[in-house]
Design a protein around this ligand. Sequence first.
Ligand SMILES: [Zn+2]
Length: 81
Amino acid sequence: MLQPLVRNWKRQWRLRKKIVFFSKVSCPHCHARSLDQMPSNASVYFYHCLQCNTIFKPKSGDCCVYCSYGTMRCPPRQKGW
Ligand SMILES: [Zn+2]
């Protein structure tokens, strides 16, 4: 009877440990890197580079700019959604 609960708790604990909310996004135009805090469940589709003043979008197949150009994937992807 307790098995599903224990499994769920273990899963929650593992997920909480893994998620990183900071990512270094490198601009595809000028290759400037900036450390950014990612929103926990919203995808960021447009990113504004402060160095070269361009707005860029993620590569095709990626949900947000962090998945395409960041050092970490976005929190929803890290959770495996
Ligand atoms: Zn740039």
